[in-house]
Write a protein that binds this ligand. Structure first.
Ligand SMILES: Nc1nc2c(ncn2[C@@H]2O[C@H](COP(=O)(O)OP(=O)(O)OP(=O)(O)O)[C@@H](O)[C@H]2O)c(=O)[nH]1
Ligand SMILES: [Mg+2]
Length: 500
């Protein structure tokens, strides 16, 4: 669960996204004054928003849902709860919430952040100080003096008179500007108006008369605004605008925002890079710079950092150590494990293939069928130089069973009927090809390799490097199995395993 300040900030930023950095590089006109002094009404009036007069002689919006209009209030709490702005003609008006509002610490902090962002971002700013005639004459001019003090705290180290002017609202409609000033002079010591008075930087907006809003004031107000110098303001000090929040709260806001940024970027990267190799590369080389860039783009951080820079540096460091780096490490480790396990899986596969190549038929009992003639090998009673000859026949006989035995030298084929091992003879040949025979001893010529080919299995005698094939040579009606250096279509066999 996010802290309240963070939630409020996020919601505000969502709803006012156009406000952040809106003044960058621009010349702006900023309206400042106490709550209810008439800033929003004045801006609407200057921007020709349709206004009308209510029963109790207040100026109100004709169309209250006009989204171009600044909200106008009629109670003591500020109607303008956050800064708003509108471009009309050549003037970019910024309506700031009135001083003296009691909307709560967080909202004041948010407003302060935006005021700082807007004014410090602008190329040039001019201030329009708005004060009602009632405020001026009340408390022997103290309200005005305090207002100027507050503005001086907000914009320190500047002679604010030089880039500001004064608009007195709610004046008596039958009085001219000169008469209004004379009226004030009679009531209070006018010394604090000095510069504005001497330089013609005061104008008035008179109250409606018989439900009609005077349109003549507009021309002179606009003329005065345009002739007010605008100045680059490098520093806005908003600390006087709100009670300094608990440091812990601000720390939390930073930490939450940084965590949000980090989590989002980590989540996105995890989804984008599916294979562990590119994911690992991203987490090792790029995620930090992307994180940094996203932080720089965070409005909340940009707004708060100029006010709470020390806290920020602390939290950034903390966040990196406690949250961000461990997450990166964890992901890299995970990727490494995945890469390793993928590697060992592939190695296992390779080993299996190699083993299969070496031993494509597992040891056991088999009938061996020649797939060209569809005939089965058997140890015949026919002999050549004393050894039984291996022949083929289409029926399976008692003598057709072979035990396949495997050892480090190769395969042995044992015929249990005769208790003999087959071997490819050295010297016994029929028409030039060696004859396959059987003997009770195991010789070097008794070892074979079996290879799997697309068409079936071939059996190769290791000693002579010859492949068995079923020949056309016939002894007593059966084909003789012989050896040949090359593989031909009669060299393919099928192994039929005997179970039970
Ligand atoms: N500008 C102006 N407002 C007047 C005048 N006479 C009466 N008002 C009323 O004064 C009230 C001023 O309200 P806003 O314009 O909302 O005041 P604001 O300075 O924007 O106040 P915050 O937004 O709270 O800072 C409105 O109800 C106006 O109708 C006048 O001559 N000029
Ligand atoms: Mg307002």
């Amino acid at each position: 669960m996010k802290s309240q300040i963070h939630q409020k900030f996020s919601r505000f930023l969502e709803e006012n996204s156009q406000l952040f950095n809106s003044s960058i590089g621009k010349e702006i006109t900023v309206y400042i004054g106490n709550t209810g002094s008439g800033k929003s009404t004045l801006i609407n009036y200057l921007c020709n928003i349709e206004l009308t007069v209510s029963n109790n002689d207040n100026i109100i919006l004709k169309n209250s849902s006009d989204y171009h209009a600044m909200k106008i209030g009629c109670s003591s709490s500020s109607q303008t709860s956050s800064p708003q702005f509108v471009q009309y003609g050549d003037i970019l008006h910024y309506d700031f919430p009135g001083f003296g509002d009691t909307r709560g610490e967080t909202q004041n902090l948010i407003n302060g952040c935006f005021i700082k962002n807007v004014i410090e971002g602008a190329k040039f700013s001019r201030l329009i100080i708005v004060i009602s005639i009632d405020e001026i004459i009340a408390q022997r001019g103290m309200i005005f003096k305090n207002l100027i003090k507050t503005i001086a705290l907000l914009i320190p180290n500047q002679q604010i008179e030089y880039f500001s002017s004064l608009i007195i609202t709610k004046t008596n409609p039958s009085l001219s500007l000169e008469e209004v000033i004379n009226f004030i002079k009679k009531k209070i010591d006018i010394e604090s108006f000095g510069y504005w008075l001497e330089n013609g930087k005061i104008s008035k907006m008179s109250q409606p008369q018989r439900k009609i809003i005077n349109q003549d004031d507009k021309v002179s107000i606009l003329r005065m605004i345009r002739s007010t110098r605008a100045k680059k303001i490098n520093e806005v000090n908003i600390n006087s605008m709100f009670l300094v929040s608990e440091v812990e709260d601000i720390k939390e806001v930073y930490y939450e925002e940084l965590s949000d940024i980090a989590s989002e970027i980590i989540k996105k990267a995890k989804m984008k890079y599916n294979d562990p190799i590119s994911k690992k590369a991203y987490f090792m080389n790029k995620i930090k710079s992307d994180y940094q860039r996203n932080i720089e783009n965070s409005a909340l951080i940009c707004l708060l950092v100029p006010i709470y820079r020390n806290i920020y540096n602390q939290v950034l460091y903390n966040h990196e150590i406690k949250f961000f780096l461990p997450q990166i490490q964890q992901t890299i480790l995970l990727c490494e494990n995945l890469i390793e396990s993928e590697k060992s899986k592939q190695l296992e596969k390779k080993i299996k293939i190699l083993e299969e190549e070496k031993c494509p038929i597992k040891p056991g009992r088999y009938h061996i069928e020649n797939t060209y003639y569809n005939e089965y090998l058997f140890v015949s009673g026919d002999k050549k130089n004393g050894d039984n000859v291996v022949e083929t026949r289409s029926q399976i006989l008692g003598r057709s069973e072979f035990h396949l035995i495997k050892n480090s030298e190769g395969y042995l084929f044992f015929n249990p009927q005769y208790n003999k091992y087959i071997f490819l003879s050295d010297s016994d040949k029929i028409k030039g090809d060696r004859v396959l025979e059987a003997h009770s001893n195991i010789f070097s010529k008794s070892y074979f390799e079996i290879h799997k080919k697309d068409q079936g299995f071939v059996i190769k005698n290791i000693k002579h490097s010859e492949y068995l094939f079923v020949s056309g040579d016939i002894i007593n009606g059966d084909r003789v199995v012989e050896g040949k250096q090359r593989i031909e279509k009669r060299s393919f066999f099928r192994f039929v395993e005997l179970v039970g």
